[in-house]
Design a protein around this ligand. Structure first.
Ligand code: SF4
Ligand code: SF4
Length: 277
């Protein structure tokens, strides 16, 4: 889901067009063998970097190989931000749907797959606060799960599907996109060359680890994910400044900021988790 889709959803939830759920609200749902996998036939699933990393590790391949083999790339029409979505076989089912309707990568399935039928919309505000809202996605006729007698609260549903950990990583990513779109005005300068350049930060941790010699023992997957997001924010802020946008475009006295050493700074963040003093 793109940032715009999140914003539109929050608007619909605020207007009451879509009903919001509280953590203690309960609903009936359990997957049903009779419709197993029908939900994976036509659904479009946009993946976060953490989804890609988890799925690739589960399959024992690199993020780059995962994207080449199982994903399609799309640029957001407004910001030109590169989004990754799961491939379908010629408008058919998800590439990971097996015969019998089972998911080939179930333990590592994406954030959206694991929380269905619960949806979540996030909005980042100018004052730095974040709003999150939960709802039940529109019922599909083919989905028999809603007829189950199994009743759980939203809180239980999210905890059972390990959603909070996925939401945390996803929010770090969406906060970055929000910053890039609003503060850095990416739509004015982001191009396909820059989009290619940032791909390893988003989807290729192994590329950055190899380049800088950072073994997993030194920075675990979660830690390295946070470093990548932080490093990318610094890199994009500097790039935006070169095009005349963002907080570093001009210093208060009107002087251009020097951008020398940016790759060293980015490298330091990836190596140590923080910028050099
Ligand atoms: S109950 Fe719905 S979500 Fe579950 S397998 Fe069937 S179609 Fe998919
Ligand atoms: S990743 Fe698994 S659960 Fe998600 S759409 Fe594909 S087959 Fe279905």
């Amino acid at each position: 889901m793109t940032l715009k889709m999140h914003r539109d959803l929050v608007d619909r939830l605020e207007s009451g067009e879509t009903a919001e759920m509280g953590m203690e609200d309960s609903f009936n749902f359990a997957c049903d063998d009779r419709c197993m996998g029908r939900c994976c036939n036509t659904i479009k699933i946009v993946l976060d970097p953490w989804d890609v990393e988890s799925m690739a590790r589960h399959l024992g391949i690199t993020g780059r190989e995962f994207i080449e083999n199982f994903c399609a790339l799309e640029d957001d029409p407004q910001s030109r931000w590169p989004y990754v979505k799961l491939s379908h076989v010629e408008n058919g089912p998800c590439v990971f749907l097996m015969e019998g309707g089972k998911c080939r990568i179930y333990p590592a399935r994406s954030r959206n797959c694991r929380t269905y039928p619960v949806g979540r919309a996030v909005r980042f505000n100018e004052d730095g606060t974040k709003e999150e809202k939960y709802f039940l996605v529109e019922k599909q006729n083919f989905c028999l799960g809603h007829g189950s007698s199994c009743r759980r609260t939203l809180r239980e549903w999210l905890e059972d599907s390990d959603a909070p950990a996925y939401y945390r990583r996803s929010d770090q990513y969406f906060e970055l996109i929000h910053y890039v779109n609003t503060v850095l005005q990416a739509g004015r300068w982001l191009n396909s060359r820059i989009a290619r350049m940032i791909m390893p930060f988003l989807y290729g941790p192994e590329v950055l680890r190899a380049k800088l010699g950072i073994p997993e023992g030194e920075a675990g997957h979660e830690e390295f994910y946070e470093r990548r997001i932080k490093a990318l924010k610094v890199l994009l802020t500097e790039l935006a400044a070169g095009f005349g946008f963002g907080p570093l475009a001009k210093v208060p006295d009107g002087e251009e900021v020097e951008d020398a050493g940016i790759m060293d700074r980015v490298g330091e963040i990836l190596l140590k988790g923080e910028e050099p003093r």
